[in-house]
Design a protein around this ligand. Sequence first.
Ligand SMILES: C[S@@+](CC[C@H](N)C(=O)[O-])C[C@H]1O[C@@H](n2cnc3c(N)ncnc32)[C@H](O)[C@@H]1O
Length: 308
Amino acid sequence: MTPVDQRTGSAAINGELWGARARDWAELQEGGRRLDFEHCIRSTGIGPGTRVLDVGCGAGGFCRLAAAAGASVTGIDAAAGMIEVARERVPNVRFDVGDIQFLPYEDRSFDVVAGFHSFPFAAQPLEALREARRVANPGATVFIVVFGREDHNQLASVLHAIRALLPTMPPGAPGPLSLSAPGTLAELVARAGLTVTEYGHLETAYAYPDRETALRAIRSAGLTVLAERTAGQPAVVTALAGALAPYRTSTGGYRLAVESTYITATAWPHSRRPARSRSALSSTITSQQRSAPTLSSVPDLASRIQRR
Ligand SMILES: C[S@@+](CC[C@H](N)C(=O)[O-])C[C@H]1O[C@@H](n2cnc3c(N)ncnc32)[C@H](O)[C@@H]1O
């Protein structure tokens, strides 16, 4: 989001920005991730006893679902403000403050390592993916979600409107869309020594009942906090109002179609996977192919899953 010290990662900068409005994020914006979270639980087979790590866990929404599925869950995030909210919401999970690039865990500690819209904020996403691989147990799954293709993501125009208020940043600088160009994430995952086992898109929607809620929700994101500090709140509100206008619904709310791209990967090539992991993998894929994700608890979210 801003130039970062490559030795210390982006945690100091991002932690402060993302922690500023963590409660608004948890209440109003995190719900847009529900499909991503549910798809991860289902596709990785998280259940009783699975050791799960969520890197860049934010306010703990995914950790809560994984813990409810019976997993032994750890979440880590740069933002102390996010972690404070997460600890309140999910008391039976271990939460740590730290950098995605320098995980304070032993090698081979987790059966699933997940990151939802967090790797794009690492100072060096490749190093963060190598860390994910290091702490993954042999046979473990690394599950990564980022925003999908920009022409399938109506939130992208809103993010560009906010970014226009900030000084120009170099191409590839950390930020919400930095790994969204087709092929970028898959290439990094391969360079990190992981083997992609599944790749696809999730079509979600971010919905807000009215203008005030939409503004509060989007203003909770770190990029928007930074823009307000740089350009002032009135400029941000004006930019957001303009960018959101095309997505106004007949009832005065807003609804934006948002594509996520996900990758599941393993640190083990297929031929070296233990037999138990190999069969678990194929049954997971089969069950995904049979059924689209359900979102009974968030009815206005996602409609369908695309695969390729
Ligand atoms: C878009 S939010 C996603 C939060 C959560 N995964 C979710 O989907 O609701 C990005 C999160 O990554 C965290 N983050 C950014 N840079 C980080 C870093 N270098 N190390 C750890 N967490 C980081 C932020 O604090 C923020 O909580």
